[in-house]
Design a protein around this ligand. Structure first.
Ligand code: URA
Length: 306
C-alpha cells in the first residue's frame, strides 16, 4: 500500500469512527498528539535520533502510518455489527473462503422475494463507513446490477471511475468488454448478476486492501446466497482470491471448477486485463465455453460475412 497523506487520513478517520481517539498517545500517555501536517507525511530518509517514542513517531511519519494500519488491522470487527449472526468475525490477516465464512442458508430465498431481499442488504449498507474506502474519495456505493434470479453471476474486483460516477458495476471500457463476453455466450447483460469484491472505488483503482475486502465480503456473500446462481465467474485474481480463500496464480485456478456457496465457480481473466493483453481473449473464451456447457448455453450464430 502506498503510504501517503490521503491513506493516512482515511485510516485516521476510520479509527475515529471506531471510537479510537488515543492513537497517538500509545506508549507515552503524557505526550501530545502528533500533528499530521501535509509535509510531515512524506517519507523521510534522514531521521533525527531520539529516545522519545512520540518524537520518533513525529519524525517517522511512515512508521506512524504503519502503526495506524496495524491498529486498524488488529481490530477484529467493523464499526457496525456483522451483517448476520453466524458469520465469523472479519478475518484479520488470513484468507477465508466464502464457503467457510458463514453457514450455507437453510433454504433458498424464493425468486419473487429476491429483489426485496437484495434491496434490504443495500439499505443495511447505507452510506457505509465500515472501511477506509469510505474516506478515500468514493462517490457511489456500487451495489450490483442484473437479475436477482440469474443463473450466472460475475464477480469483479471493485468499481472504477465510471462505476463510481454511475453507481453501476462494469459500465466503463472493461464493462463494455464484459458485455461483449456475455453476448458471445448467448446471454443479455440483464439476464446475469454482476457484483464486485468491494463496493467502493479504491483510489487510483488500486487493488483493495484485505481489510477493505474482508469488511465488504459478508455483503457480497449474502448477495450470492440470495441470488443462488448456478455458476459464478470470478473475474481476475482479486475475485478468485477472496471468493476461494486462496492466493494462487490465475493460471493454476483457470480451466477447472471450484465451489462457492453451492455454486460452481470458474476463474477467468479480468476484462481490464484482456483490454491490456487481447492475445489472452482466446483463453478467456475457453473459460466461458466451460461455463456455457454447464449452463447449456449456445453461442449465437455468427452473421454470415457479406
Ligand atoms: N472493474 C471491476 O473489477 N469492477 C467494475 O465494476 C469495473 C471495473
Amino acid at each position: 500500500m502506498a503510504l501517503n497523506a490521503d491513506v493516512l487520513r482515511a485510516y485516521v478517520g476510520y479509527l475515529r469512527d471506531l471510537g479510537v481517539h488515543d492513537l497517538y498517545r500509545r506508549g507515552d500517555p503524557q505526550a501530545g498528539p502528533v500533528e499530521f501536517a501535509e509535509e510531515s507525511v512524506a517519507p523521510q530518509t534522514s531521521l533525527p535520533q531520539t529516545s522519545q517514542p512520540q518524537a520518533v513517531a513525529a519524525a517517522q511519519p511512515v512508521a506512524v502510518v504503519e502503526r495506524v494500519v496495524e491498529q486498524v488491522s488488529a481490530m477484529s470487527m467493523p464499526i457496525q455489527p456483522l451483517p448476520t449472526p453466524g458469520f465469523l468475525e472479519a478475518p484479520v490477516g488470513r484468507l477465508v473462503s466464502f464457503n467457510d465464512l458463514a453457514p450455507l442458508p437453510a433454504a433458498p430465498v424464493p425468486v419473487e422475494q429476491r429483489a426485496a431481499a437484495l434491496r434490504a442488504i443495500q439499505e443495511e449498507i447505507g452510506d457505509c463507513t465500515r472501511c477506509p474506502l469510505a474516506y478515500l474519495g468514493r462517490r457511489s456505493i456500487v451495489f450490483a446490477d442484473g437479475d436477482p434470479g440469474a443463473r450466472l453471476m460475475f464477480v469483479g474486483e471493485g468499481p472504477g471511475a465510471d462505476e463510481d460516477a454511475s453507481g453501476i458495476p462494469f459500465v466503463g471500457k472493461a464493462g463494455q468488454l464484459l458485455n461483449n463476453m456475455i453476448q458471445a455466450m448467448g446471454l443479455q447483460r440483464e439476464a446475469v448478476y454482476i457484483a464486485n469484491i468491494v463496493k467502493c472505488r479504491p483510489p487510483q483503482n488500486r487493488v483493495p486492501e484485505p481489510l477493505e475486502a474482508n469488511t465488504c465480503d459478508p455483503f457480497l456473500l449474502r448477495q450470492i446466497d440470495i441470488v443462488q446462481p448456478q455458476v459464478i465467474v470470478a473475474l481476475g485474481a482479486t475475485a478468485a482470491t477472496y471468493l476461494l480463500g486462496v492466493k494462487q496464480s490465475l493460471t493454476s485456478l483457470r480451466g477447472r471448477w471450484h465451489s462457492c456457496r453451492g455454486a460452481k465457480l470458474a476463474v477467468t481473466y479480468h476484462p481490464a486485463f484482456l483490454l491490456r493483453d487481447p492475445r489472452q481473449k482466446g483463453e478467456a473464451w475457453k473459460d466461458l465455453q466451460m461455463v456455457m456447457a454447464e449452463l447449456g448455453l449456445q453461442a449465437p450464430a455468427r452473421k454470415p460475412a457479406q
